[in-house]
Design a protein. Structure first.
Length: 395
């Protein structure tokens, strides 16, 4: 990766702050970053911040005498292996789709002969507008790749698709397009993520607070290292990572069936927060309120997906489970490792605020050889570290 270079165009939008973390991740991986900061983007991040993280000059003006003397915009547009637009605003997408070239960013996109990856970020109504969808179709037809957008709450207070993908997801898409070291090429991986939901009646259900972020990040990290990844996901608001095949399920039984259908695999990472129990009999009609509380709901045990994969005939070579605990984390993780028959357990304390549903995690990797404790870090970083350990194990 030391010889790879990304030209990063930072558009104007509140999501521009994520470009700083993306730059840090790329530089940490040895990828060179040369930033272009649009005028609108400079309202949200500074050239000084970008320059410090990129360890390179920030370009901003199309008609800057100094910039043109040092590196003309044509040369700039072809100086990298990949052009990344993050955030890709509705305005930047419209300019690129229609071949406009009124500023440095749009001129660069028109002049480049390198692959382009866009990470859209905008209000949900702007994203869903017919004009934006036409521009999206035109850009895809022109060969532009996309990562995101995700669905979720926005700075404007609305909810829906339009959130820029997280830096870890964009990083993984970039690494896949740059074609870096792929130690898991030829390997098949199965990852479970998100919650499962168990129906009480056609309206109500039993579920949990899992967002799926850690599992999705792991799926993307394995794909970035060359693995062929199947992601079996419960309901989430996330977009599938680049290069990952997603299978959507709801109940624990659905998830087990999808996992069995994805075998054989070399690697299985069971991150999903699977419901241990389900109603013994789900009602076929909505339970009506009649002035009295409903009776007790009889529960029955769900299938154990981790144990089934660990002890099945088509057992993957490496089976990894997750243990979400609220107390005695490592004690419970050791017990789970022995009981389930898997190879590793990744344990975390979900009583810590911001862990379940948040963007950070602190984990302990529990194996038969001992316990390795990782400091609190972004879930994307946990995913990359775990993927590297998996690659080392299978080498």
């Amino acid at each position: 990766m030391d010889q790879k270079r990304v030209l990063l165009i930072v558009g104007g939008g509140i999501a521009a702050y994520k470009s700083l973390e993306l730059t840090r991740l790329l530089r940490k991986a040895g990828v060179g970053v040369r930033p272009i900061l649009t005028q609108a983007g400079s309202e949200f991040v500074t050239a000084l911040s970008l320059s410090a993280l990129a360890e390179d000059k920030v370009y901003a003006e199309l008609f800057s005498l100094t910039d043109e003397a040092e590196m003309g915009h044509i040369e700039l547009s072809r100086s990298a292996d990949l052009v990344v637009v993050a955030p890709a605003t509705a305005d930047l997408m419209a300019k690129a789709a229609n071949g406009l070239a009124g500023d440095l960013a749009s001129t660069t996109l028109l002049a480049t002969d390198k692959p382009v990856l866009m990470a859209p970020a905008m209000n949900v109504r702007m994203w869903q507008h017919a004009a934006t969808q036409r521009n999206l179709a035109a850009l895809k037809a022109d060969g532009v790749s996309f990562v995101g957008p995700d669905e979720g709450a926005m700075a404007c207070g609305e909810y829906g698709p339009g959130r820029m993908a997280e830096p870890a997801a964009i990083f993984q898409a970039i690494m896949g397009m740059l074609g870096g070291a792929r130690p898991l090429a030829g390997k098949r991986a199965l990852v479970t993520a998100g919650p499962t939901v168990e129906a009480i009646d056609p309206v109500r259900l039993l579920t949990n607070r899992s967002s799926g972020k850690q599992g999705y990040a792991i799926a993307g990290a394995l794909a970035a290292l060359g693995a062929e990844v199947t992601l079996v996901s419960g309901p989430t608001a996330l977009s599938a990572p680049a290069g990952v095949r997603r299978v959507d399920v709801e109940s624990a039984r659905d998830m087990l069936s999808a996992c069995e259908a994805a075998l054989p695999a070399d690697i299985a990472v069971c991150v999903a927060a699977v419901a241990d129990w389900r109603p013994a009999a789900a009602g076929d009609r909505k339970i009506k309120k009649d002035g009295q509380a409903p009776g007790a709901i009889a529960l029955t045990e769900n299938p154990d997906i981790l144990a089934s994969l660990s002890k099945g005939k088509a057992r993957p070579r490496l089976v990894i489970g997750f243990a979400a605990e609220t107390n005695d984390v490592e004690v419970h993780a050791k017990a789970k490792l022995a009981k389930k028959g898997c190879d590793w357990i990744v344990a975390n304390d979900v009583s810590v605020a911001g862990t379940m549903g948040g963007d950070d995690n602190a984990v302990a990797l529990v194996t038969k050889g001992g316990i390795e404790r990782w400091e609190r870090m972004a879930k994307g970083e946990v995913a990359r570290r775990l993927a590297q350990r998996i690659a080392q194990e299978l080498k």
